[in-house]
Design a protein around this ligand. Structure first.
Ligand SMILES: [Zn+2]
Length: 209
C-alpha cells in the first residue's frame, strides 16, 4: 500500500507500512461538530509518516463541494475552505494532492435538476436524499462538472484528479439521450435490461445536511 520514494523512513515504521497514496475524507461529522479540521496538523503528521500523495475530497457523492464553489453546492456545514486549506497545507509539506471528484453520482445535482438524472427502463428512481446517478449527456457536464473542475484548477495547486463513480453511468433513457439517439440513429432507443441506471446508492445525505 505504501512506500517511501527516496525518503528516509521514520523511526519505528516498518517498510510495508510506508504510504504511496492516502485517501483523506473531510468527514462530514467533523463539520457537523462545528469545528474546521486542523489541516496543518494533519499535513504535518502525514509528512512525518512519509506520506507522499493523497486523494482528498473536493466533491463527494452527495454533490457537496468541500471548497467555496461558485457553481456547485457548498457543504452546508463547512466552515472556511477545507479542501483548499488542506491542499495547500499538504503542498507545503511536499505531499502531492489529487482532488477527489464524484463524477457519475451527484446527489445535489440530481435533486436540483431532475432532468440531469439517469433514467433506467423503469424510469428515474430517486428521492430527496439519495446519492443520484447523473447523466453526462445532459447539461450536467457543461454547466456543473467542467466549471467545477475549472474552479479547482484555477484556485488550487492540485497535481491531478481522482474521478470516482464513473461506473455509476450506465445505459440511460433520459430525454437528452433519447433525443441524441433519435438524431443520430433516426429511431427510438432499443430497450434492454442489461443495466440498472437511475439511482445507485442510498446513503445519509440528510445527516450531512
Ligand atoms: Zn441520459
Amino acid at each position: 500500500m505504501c512506500r517511501y520514494l527516496g525518503r528516509k523512513k521514520p523511526e519505528g515504521i516498518p517498510d510495508e507500512e510506508t504510504l504511496l497514496a492516502f485517501r483523506f475524507s473531510q468527514a462530514t461529522r467533523t463539520f457537523a461538530s462545528g469545528h474546521a479540521p486542523d489541516v496543518k496538523a494533519a499535513a504535518a503528521t502525514m509528512a512525518r509518516c512519509g506520506i507522499e500523495e493523497i486523494i482528498t475530497f473536493a466533491k463527494g457523492h452527495d454533490g457537496f463541494a468541500y471548497y467555496p464553489s461558485a457553481v456547485g453546492t457548498v457543504h452546508p456545514r463547512m466552515k472556511g475552505d477545507a479542501f483548499g486549506d488542506f491542499t495547500k497545507a499538504c503542498k507545503k509539506k511536499d505531499i502531492r494532492v489529487l482532488a477527489y471528484v464524484s463524477f457519475g453520482i451527484d446527489g445535489e445535482a440530481g435533486r436540483k435538476h431532475p432532468d440531469w438524472v439517469q433514467v433506467g427502463i423503469d424510469g428515474a428512481q430517486m428521492n430527496d436524499d439519495w446519492f443520484i446517478s447523473v447523466c453526462p449527456f445532459t447539461p450536467y457536464l457543461d454547466e456543473l462538472m467542467l466549471p467545477q473542475l475549472g474552479e479547482i484548477l484555477a484556485w488550487y495547486p492540485v497535481d491531478g484528479f481522482f474521478f470516482d463513480t464513473m461506473g455509476a453511468m450506465g445505459i440511460c433513457y433520459c430525454a437528452w439521450c433519447e433525443k441524441d439517439f433519435a438524431q443520430s440513429m433516426a429511431g427510438r432507443f432499443p430497450v434492454t435490461n442489461t443495466m440498472m441506471p437511475g439511482v445507485s446508492m442510498e446513503r445519509s445525505a440528510a445527516v450531512a445536511r
